[in-house]
Every structure is written in C-alpha cells, then in structure tokens.
Design a protein around this ligand. Structure first.
Ligand code: HEM
Length: 387
C-alpha cells in the first residue's frame, strides 16, 4: 500500500487528528496518487496554491474536461471564470451590504446567555447551541425564516457527508436530495417578496432577473449551507482548542485578535480541509505527470501546516504575520464569506473569554464522519454556578 493509500480521510482516528497524517504524507509525497479516491492528493502549500489559483490549468467546472452535469445544478461553485464572475460579484455585494458586525455580535450575546443559563444543570452538548447560533446568523444574513436548527440540521448533515462521496458512494443520493430541497426552498423565498437580508438585495437585481432561476437558487443555497456549516464548525473547533489552551485566550486580546489572531486560528483549525479540481490538459506538478481529466484534491489543512511556509507550523502563534494560509482556499473560488467568517471567529473568542472561567470540558469531542469539512458534532461541557 502506498503512503497515500494509507491515508483514509474518513477513518475515525484520522478525523480526530488529521495533521500528523498530513505531515507524513507531505514529507513522503506532496503530490501522490490515491487509489480509493481515484485522484491526486496534494499536501504541500506551493502546489495547493498553484492548483487553486491557476484556473486555466485546473478546472472546477467538470464540463471543461468532458464530464457532464445536470444543467439545473449549475451554480457559481461549479463554474470557473468568466462564467462564475457576474453572479459571484452580485452575491458578494449583497452579502457585504448586511450588518455583519451587528448580526454576529447579537448572535454571540444570545449564545453566551444560552450557555450561562445552563449553569448548575449538568453536562450538555455545546454543538446544539452552536447549530441554533449558526442558523440564526445565516437566517439574518440571507433574510429568510424557514429553517430552525432542528429542521436544517439533516440538510447540512447530508450535504456535508456527500462531500466525501468519492470515498463512500452511498452518501451521494442523500446529498443530491438535500441540495434539491434547499434550492427549492430558496426558490420559494424569492417568490415570497423578500424584504430583508441578501434576498431583498438579490430579488430586485436586474442582472439576476435575466439568469435562470435554478442557477440563482442553487447558488444562494450554496451560500446558505456554506455559511451554516462553517460557522457551526468554527464554534466547535475553536471552543475545543481554546478551552484546552486557555492561555491563548489571554493572548487573543485587543488588536492582536483581529489583526493576526483570527487568521491564525483559521490556519490552525482549517475547518474546510480540502477541495478538488480537474487537470484541463496533461500537466506536471512538482515533477509529477498528471493527465488531462484527472482529479486533484488539494488538502488545504495540510498546506496550512507546511513547514516550508509556516515556521513552527504546529504551534499556534497569535501574532503570526505574514500568514498566507489557505483556510479560505485561493484564486477565483476563494471563500466569498471570508469577512463574515473572520468577524464570527472573533466573536467566538470573545464568547469564550467571557465564559471560560465557568466552563468545563467534560468529555472528548465527537466528530462527524466527514473529512472535507471537519466538524465536531458533540462537545460536552458543563457550566458551574457563579459564586
Ligand atoms: C470559518 C469559516 C469558513 C471557511 C473556513 C470557509 C472556507 C471556504 C473554502 C476553503 C472555500 C473554497 C472552496 C473551493 O475552492 O472549492 C469556500 C468557498 C465558499 N464559501 Fe466559505 N468558508 C467559511 C465561511 C463561509 C461563510 C460564512 C459563507 C457564507 C456567508 C461562505 C460561503 C462560501 C461560498 C458561497 C463559497 C463558494 C465560492 C465559489 O465557489 O466561488 N463561506 N469557503
């Protein structure tokens, strides 16, 4: 078995500690063929960045390498420039018109109150409150009211697990059904004359009126799910880290938190671990020949610990600068919610700074069996009463 094949992304032990596996992989073969994934896996920073940046050589759109896809599933995540540009630009503008700071600050207050009110009532799962908080933020940002944490969670779970359907085909159908359900929900939000959030901005945009409804609906569904899933995952990974390393909470104060701390937390935890592209032509990556049409999985979480770019990569240094991490990927598909993600990450830190003196971790975390997005689903804590 090759070094790459010994890497099983959805193995429980790997999910609990992927970084030591990534490090072995990067040292042995930074560009390695993985039989089960039927793909190249790339674990070095320079090559991950090159694949993500160079959309001429590496396609997101499967149609560019002759793989068909259903027209009604087309969205900005499945397209490359120039096609994705117009809607992506409109969506980013609509997102940045929202009161991101206010929405995140309010969500943090509600999370804080919901945690502290449980003082003295025994252990509970912080991730249940994380789901309520994340849905609260995306509902406000997007401007919809249909989903609560409980009704949205199965959609998130099925979409997240399907991201690893390259390893387990049985996950695909549930993921496709969840994608369809979400995009139909978005369609119904548009027809209900929305008056808040991104929906209100988008529904009266003339360029959007000329685009197919399925294209817009799938795209906004993608924003909704990408927002929910990563904001939820960030609460789990950052809370676990900082409740285990409370000394960092003191270091993450004032300007340090916003100027460098937030990005270092995102580099270090890397919730979105991987994505993929197709080689458009025969090419060579770090001396390795790749054939046209082959899939390349970029392991951003591995790249984020590459010692040739990050000194002491396994140490969290709150003042790390520069920090060219790939937690939001790179290039034309770089995360369009990065600003919101950074504001929310800072709020998670503030929530922990306010509450940590009364919070105890009471069990090991339980992770979802998903690798592309690594997220804790059960983080047991208890809150002690104040004196
Ligand atoms: C800690 C939080 C977040 C992380 C780590 C993260 C990470 C990422 C990564 C790695 C990508 C690139 C995927 C690829 O190239 O294939 C991405 C794309 C994307 N993200 Fe985020 N994200 C976060 C938060 C958000 C939020 C809050 C939103 C929505 C408000 C969002 C919306 C999107 C969308 C729509 C895309 C697709 C963009 C495109 O394909 O052009 N993300 N994100």
């Amino acid at each position: 078995m090759s070094i790459a094949d010994s890497y099983d992304p959805i193995d429980r032990n790997t999910i609990a500690d992927p970084f030591s596996v990534f490090s072995r992989l990067r040292e042995a073969r930074p560009v390695a063929w993985h039989n089960r994934l039927n793909s190249w896996v790339v674990s070095s920073h320079a090559e991950c960045q090159e694949v993500l940046r160079n959309h001429h050589a590496y396609a997101r759109d499967p149609r560019r390498v002759g793989i068909s896809m259903r027209e009604d599933r087309r969205n900005i995540q499945t397209e490359d420039p120039p096609e994705q540009k117009e809607l992506r630009r409109i969506v980013i503008r609509a997102l940045h018109r929202q009161d991101i700071d206010g929405i995140c600050a309010n969500a943090r207050n509600r999370l804080q109150n919901a945690v502290l009110i449980r003082a003295g009532s025994g252990p509970f799962n912080l991730m249940s409150l994380a789901a309520i908080t994340a849905i609260d933020i995306v509902n406000n940002i997007v401007g919809c009211v249909q989903y609560e944490a409980e009704s949205y969670y199965p959609i998130f779970r099925d979409l997240t697990r399907a991201m690893d359907s390259g390893l387990d085909r049985s996950r695909l159908d549930a993921g496709l059904a969840a994608g369809t359900e979400l995009s139909e929900a978005v369609g119904s939000w548009f027809t209900a004359s929305p008056d808040a959030g991104m929906l209100a901005e988008l529904c009266c945009n003339d360029a959007i009126k000329n685009m197919p409804a399925y294209y817009v609906n799938y795209t906004l569904g993608g924003v909704f799910n990408a927002g929910f899933s990563t904001l939820y995952a960030a609460i789990g990974s950052i809370s676990l880290l900082l409740l285990q390393r409370r000394d960092l909470l003191d270091q993450l104060r004032g300007n340090t938190l916003v100027a460098t701390g937030v990005d270092e937390l995102l580099r270090f935890t890397s919730p979105a671990q991987a994505t993929s592209r197709f080689a458009v032509n025969d090419t060579v990556l770090r001396g390795v020949k790749i054939k046209a049409g082959e899939t390349i999985v970029t392991l951003m979480a591995a790249a984020n610990r590459d010692p040739s770019v990050f000194e002491y990569p396994d140490e969290l240094q709150v003042d790390r600068d520069p920090n060219p991490h790939l937690a939001f990927a790179w290039g034309p598909h770089i995360c369009l919610g990065a600003q919101l993600a950074r504001v929310w990450t800072a709020e998670i830190v503030r929530f922990l700074q306010e509450t940590q003196a009364r919070i105890r971790l009471v069990a090991d975390p339980i992770y979802m069996d998903s690798a592309t997005l690594r997220n804790i689903v059960d983080l047991r804590i208890e809150v002690v009463r104040s004196n």
